[in-house]
Design a protein around this ligand. Structure first.
Ligand code: FPP
Length: 254
C-alpha cells in the first residue's frame, strides 16, 4: 500500500460488541442479541464487495469469553455451528473464502471439524476473505507463535540472529492475511481487548456507539468511506506535509 493511502481500506477488522446490551434493552436473554448479531455478520460480509473491502476479520469469541456463564458459552458455540451449517452454501456461492484464527485446542471437536470443512469448501474463493476469530486472543496468539518459533530454533531450522519483524508474523495465526487497515469496534467502548495486537500496529481505529445488532451495511459503508480521506504515514512524514510546515520551511531558509 502507498504511504498516503487515499483509497479505502483493503482489510477491515471488527470487534462486534454490544449484543448483550442490545438484548437486555429489549428484556430478552443475551443469546437473543448474539442471534441478532449473527444476522448482521451475514449482512456485513455481503456488503464487502460493494465497498471494496477484500478482507474482513471478525472477533466472534475471545480467549476471555470462557468466563461467561455456561448457558451463554454453550449457546454461542451452538450458534457458531449453526452459522457454519446454514451459511456454508451461500458463502461458497458468493465467492467468500472463510478461515478461522484462534486456538482450536479448547474448542469442541465437532465444531473444529466443521470449521475445517468450511475452510476447505471455500478454499478456491477469493472475492472476499472472511476470517473468523474463535477462541482468539492476541497475547495467546503471540505466545503460541513464539512457542513454534522456538521449536524451529531448537530443531536448527532457524537461527536466533535471523529473527526479525518479518519472522514472527509468519508464525502468527494470521500469516495468510495482510495487516488490518481499519479496526472498528461497536457499542461505544474504546478498547482493543486483545484483538490483533501485533497486526494492528499501524491500523486506524473507529469506535462507533452503535450496538453490533444495529450496525447496518449503510453504517459500515459510512465508516469505510470516512477512512478514505485519511493520511497514514506509518511513522514517517508524508512529503507534501513535510514541505509545507512553517518549521521545515524556516529550517530550509536558514
Ligand atoms: C460481544 O458482545 C459479542 C460476542 C462476545 C460474540 C460475538 C458473536 C456474534 C456477533 C455472533 C455471531 C458470530 C458469528 C461468526 C456467527 P457482548 O456480548 O460482550 O455485548 P455486551 O458488551 O453488550 O454485553
Amino acid at each position: 500500500m502507498s504511504e498516503n493511502a487515499q483509497q479505502g481500506p483493503n482489510h477491515v477488522a471488527v470487534i462486534m460488541d454490544g449484543n448483550g446490551r442490545w438484548a437486555t434493552m429489549r428484556g430478552r436473554p443475551r443469546l437473543f442479541g448474539h442471534h441478532a448479531g449473527a444476522k448482521r455478520v451475514k449482512e456485513i460480509v455481503r456488503a464487502c464487495p460493494d465497498v471494496d473491502v477484500k478482507y474482513l476479520t471478525i472477533f466472534a469469541f475471545s480467549t476471555e469469553n470462557w468466563k461467561r456463564t455456561q448457558t451463554e458459552v454453550s449457546g454461542l458455540m451452538k450458534l457458531f455451528r449453526r452459522y457454519i451449517l446454514r451459511e456454508a452454501n451461500d458463502l461458497l456461492a458468493e465467492g467468500v473464502r472463510v478461515r478461522f484464527i484462534g486456538d482450536r485446542a479448547r474448542l469442541d471437536t465437532k465444531l473444529v471439524k466443521m470449521m475445517d470443512q468450511l475452510e476447505l469448501l471455500t478454499s478456491a474463493n477469493s472475492k472476499v476473505h472472511l476470517t473468523i476469530a474463535l477462541n482468539y486472543g492476541g497475547r495467546d496468539e503471540v505466545a503460541r507463535a513464539t512457542k513454534r518459533l522456538a521449536a524451529d530454533v531448537q530443531a536448527g531450522a532457524l537461527l536466533p540472529g535471523d529473527v526479525d519483524e518479518e519472522t514472527l508474523p509468519r508464525y502468527l495465526d494470521t500469516h495468510f492475511l495482510p495487516d488490518p487497515d481499519l479496526v472498528i469496534r461497536t457499542s461505544g467502548e474504546a478498547r482493543i481487548s486483545n484483538f490483533l495486537l501485533w497486526q494492528s500496529a499501524y491500523a486506524e481505529y473507529e469506535f462507533i456507539d452503535t450496538l453490533w445488532p444495529d450496525f447496518t451495511k449503510d453504517i459500515f459503508a459510512d465508516v469505510v468511506a470516512s477512512y478514505g480521506g485519511r493520511s497514514r504515514r506509518f511513522g514517517g512524514v508524508s512529503e507534501p506535509t513535510q514541505a509545507s510546515t512553517p518549521l521545515t520551511k524556516a529550517l530550509t531558509e536558514t
